[in-house]
Write a protein that binds this ligand. Sequence first.
Ligand SMILES: NC(=O)C1=CN([C@@H]2O[C@H](COP(=O)(O)OP(=O)(O)OC[C@H]3O[C@@H](n4cnc5c(N)ncnc54)[C@H](OP(=O)(O)O)[C@@H]3O)[C@@H](O)[C@H]2O)C=CC1
Ligand SMILES: CC(C)(CO)C(=O)C(=O)O
Length: 325
Amino acid sequence: MKACIYGAGAIGGWIGLALAQAGCEVSLVARGATLAALQSDGLRLRRPDGSVTSAPVRASDSPAALGVQDLVVIAVKAPGLPEVARAMAPLIGPQTVVLTAMNGVPWWFLDGCGGAARGRTLESVDPGGAIARAIPARQVLGSVVHASCSVEAPGFVKQHFGNRLIVGEPDGSASARLQALAEVLQRGGIEVEVSTNIQKDIWFKLWGNLTVNPISALTGATTDRILDDELVRGFVSAVMLEAKAIGAQLGLPIDQQPEDRHAVTRKLGAFKTSMLQDVEAGKPVEIDALVGAVHELGQITNTPTPHTGALLGLARLMARTRGLY
Ligand SMILES: NC(=O)C1=CN([C@@H]2O[C@H](COP(=O)(O)OP(=O)(O)OC[C@H]3O[C@@H](n4cnc5c(N)ncnc54)[C@H](OP(=O)(O)O)[C@@H]3O)[C@@H](O)[C@H]2O)C=CC1
Ligand SMILES: CC(C)(CO)C(=O)C(=O)O
């Protein structure tokens, strides 16, 4: 299988290494120091136990040089997606599967939805529908990443904890291509779960980071301190209840209560969210995919979202004043 990773960072490196371990011919679209490191040293991954695995890979800053692929994994931070969508055409043939491995609501989220969401697109994540036009909807598979990784050095990823990926067809079917992808990822050492409702899994993960990520970015606080403050925890719960109500309207029910999820977040300890890390590094933040999309889905489903709106407004303003949005 010819597999290309677009976005050779933490998650792209983790998935790319697994695909290489499974015997795929792996290439990566990368740039700058990452491109140079991949070309000279290959792709490297430090496992949670400290051991290092590496694989020779092909790397280029030109999708045209890599050509049509069987699988393309998109693993960039959400603000980078419009540029990637514009550039990735040379990688996509009629049979290419495109797997999104990103947090938040993807542009194809409403494909196949009924009710008020039928046929709607999400302006917050795909303004003007440019991404949907660039990447054929019938070729997309979704995923939810349950792994924590970071970039130790260009082309060298550190896997901290978690090794799980949920994958699914947007229409919930158990297609042959989905089974084939699950099998190859599993062979590469990732624990794979095949979902019959990937939108529900995406929504459930988002239920946890929709709040703590922007609040940490606004306040500089780690997740433990966010939950220790009764007023802030109450606000977090209020946003989560709005998202739970939206999910119910979209056929994506959440069985838990906010306090159940807080207990899970607590287990992370003094965790610095990815959005806080991005703010500290001066990188664009994933506000639209994590918060803007939820706010827009509230409007589409006629669900009141006063708390989500306040969070979106504040996070956006903070990011704008820092030039990160
Ligand atoms: N890291 C984690 O533990 C987890 C991350 N996620 C999600 O996974 C997604 C990816 O995150 P993560 O891997 O951490 O992000 P990283 O920032 O580590 O990696 C993104 C990579 O994409 C590259 N990139 C962006 N735009 C382009 C472009 N136009 N051409 C070439 N390369 C490009 C970046 O290059 P450059 O450095 O040059 O900008 C970078 O190497 C996000 O949605 C994140 O929220 C989900 C769960 C856990
Ligand atoms: C905080 C965490 C780990 C889960 O809610 C997360 O998703 C992130 O840092 O992006």
